[in-house]
Design a protein around this ligand. Structure first.
Ligand code: NAD
Length: 505
């Protein structure tokens, strides 16, 4: 598949790609090591957002399917939890070798399902594999502790897996976030039941199918379907010992409420409205290019998108010119065509949401400098494409500055001194990520300390990766993924205190 290139018109490209991608594909649940249709036989369609055509049908799960998956995961939990980290590494690496062989196939499914450029989808499949391998490697280096408690006691700790991890995923980076979450759960010795987003279930389901005859049955399970029908029963299930959710704040709150019923520990990775602060001494060209990539990558559908640029008034004019020039690198195109930087929004409601927010921005009096509509090119008329959009003169209290638009819309806000910059940066409910552009190292570190966010990227953006903790302050969530500390979110600590007898002789 890797040597296929797509050079025809968008409709022909996508018809061919859908044919190739779905030729031997059945998208059911994956329960106890087998592809399993829904108990009630229901299915739904997943749609290619570039042409608004169905890709394939997917099993539509409900409580009965969740029950079966949790039961399978529960049955496998004891044996999997008793394997050594080294054994788990062997299993996972055997699977990731197969994922690597199928990377082009997975990337094509991901691109068709989400609308992201094929080349980016390919990178993201590589990133997911990297996360699976990272976690199993790091798990081997975990060590317990001996706690000094006098000569008559031997006290130590054990880090034990919870058992069954329930994992609910969003649609914007399906395969990557599967690596972030499920990689950690399995490496720490838990079994997993994953609920991919109904908007983009293909890459995860296929990746899990590729674990057949490698991972023991029941270790990794998938239930597809809608949030209320499959996600809610999973978050409420008494057989789930640990919950991890990535998605929006309102649904995260629901998951947390459900978790409260069983006092189930929960990791939440939620939304953001992340600032990029441009100080007057910054390299303005670099700041413009970085913050353009920070918002327009993935068509703005990134939890950590820098969706507010806070610019010092002295460099505002220079920055705006440079930013508008940088938007030229982000043009709507066929995701399958090499060189495309921006695909469509992932589904119709997303398109409507972004369109509505742009109307709100206009009504709120922000100045629309660019975009604000679908591209004019007729070739893209059937899909949910949206132009890179730039608002200037944005009031930080306005809705477009406070709410997560989740589209290619940049909001430029001006500040006049350091205190105001920090106040504006922090004056949102979220605290996921942030960026700082400055050539002053001292100022950079001071701002990094003052900004309330889980990530601060200095003179770069999207600076995360394997081994770097990622997660939110404030309403952006609870817990950290991607790093060594993530493993401890999937284990609980048991303290063992042994009274030592006097020596017998
Ligand atoms: P969403 O909250 O609508 O859905 C996320 C998942 O929850 C889906 O699988 C959905 O089916 C399921 N769900 C929906 N209702 C449910 C319910 N009542 N009970 C249980 N599960 C339910 O979010 P989305 O639109 O898929 O994703 C976009 C959001 O995710 C954005 O807010 C984005 O910022 C956030 N996100 C955060 C991170 C992070 O790491 N912090 C990463 C990616 C996306």
């Amino acid at each position: 598949m890797s040597d296929q290139t797509y050079t025809d018109d968008i409709r022909t490209n996508h018809e061919r790609a859908i044919g190739t991608a779905t030729e031997d594909l059945t998208v059911d649940h994956w329960i106890g090591g087998s592809s399993t249709p829904s108990a009630d036989g229901e299915r739904f369609s997943t749609v290619d957002p570039a042409v608004a055509e169905p890709i394939t049908e997917v099993a539509r799960g409900g409580s009965a399917d969740v029950d079966a998956a949790v039961e399978a995961a529960g049955e496998a939990a004891e044996e999997w939890g008793a394997t050594t980290p080294g054994e788990r590494e062997e299993y996972v690496r055997e699977w990731t070798a197969v994922l690597q062989e199928h990377a082009d196939e997975l990337a094509l499914l991901e691109s068709l399902d989400t609308g992201k450029p094929l080349a980016y989808a390919r990178d993201e499949v590589g990133s997911a594999i990297d996360f699976f391998e990272y976690y199993v490697s790091v798990a081997r280096a975990e060590a317990g502790s001996h706690i000094p408690h006098g000569q008559d006691n031997h006290v130590y700790t054990r880090h034990e897996p919870y058992g069954v991890a329930g994992q609910i995923l969003p649609w914007n980076y399906p395969i990557v976030l599967f690596g972030w979450k499920t990689g950690a759960a399995l490496a720490a010795g838990n079994t997993a039941v994953c609920k991919p987003s109904e908007e983009a279930p293909l890459s995860i389901t296929r990746a899990v199918q590729l674990s057949a005859d490698i991972l023991p049955d029941g270790v990794l399970n998938v239930v597809n379907g809608y949030g209320e029908e499959a996600g809610a029963p999973l978050s409420q299930h008494t057989g789930v010992d640990k919950l991890s959710f990535t998605g929006s704040v309102p649904v995260g709150q629901e998951v947390m409420r459900a978790a409260a019923e069983g006092v189930t520990p929960v990791t939440l990775e939620l939304g953001g409205k992340s600032p990029y602060v441009v100080f007057p001494d910054a390299d303005i060209q670099q700041a413009a290019e970085t913050s353009a990539a920070g918002i327009f990558y993935n068509t703005g559908q990134s939890c950590d998108a820098c969706s507010r640029v806070l610019v010092h008034e002295e460099v505002h004019g220079e920055f705006v010119d440079a930013f508008l020039a940088a938007t030229e690198d982000w043009e709507s195109g066929d995701p399958l065509v090499a060189g495309t930087t921006m695909g469509p929004l992932t589904f119709e409601e997303q398109y409507e949401k972004v369109t509505n927010y742009v109307d709100v921005g206009r009504e709120e009096g922000a100045e629309l400098l660019r975009g604000g509509s679908a591209p004019e090119d007729e070739a893209f008329a059937d899909g949910w494409f949206y132009e890179p959009t730039v608002f200037d003169g944005v009031d930080n209290d306005s809705r477009i500055a406070q709410e997560e638009i989740f589209g290619p819309v940049q909001c430029i806000v001006t500040f006049s001194d350091y205190e105001e910059a920090i106040e504006l940066a922090n004056d949102v409910q979220y605290g996921l990520a942030s960026g700082v552009a400055t050539t002053d190292a001292s100022l950079a570190h001071r701002a990094a300390a003052d900004i309330e966010a889980g990530s601060v990227w200095i003179n770069e953006y999207h600076g995360g990766g394997v081994g770097i903790p990622f997660g939110g302050y404030k309403a952006s969530g609870i817990g950290r993924e991607c790093a060594r500390e993530t493993l401890s979110e999937y284990t609980q600590t048991k303290a063992v205190n042994v009274a030592l007898d006097d020596p017998p002789y």
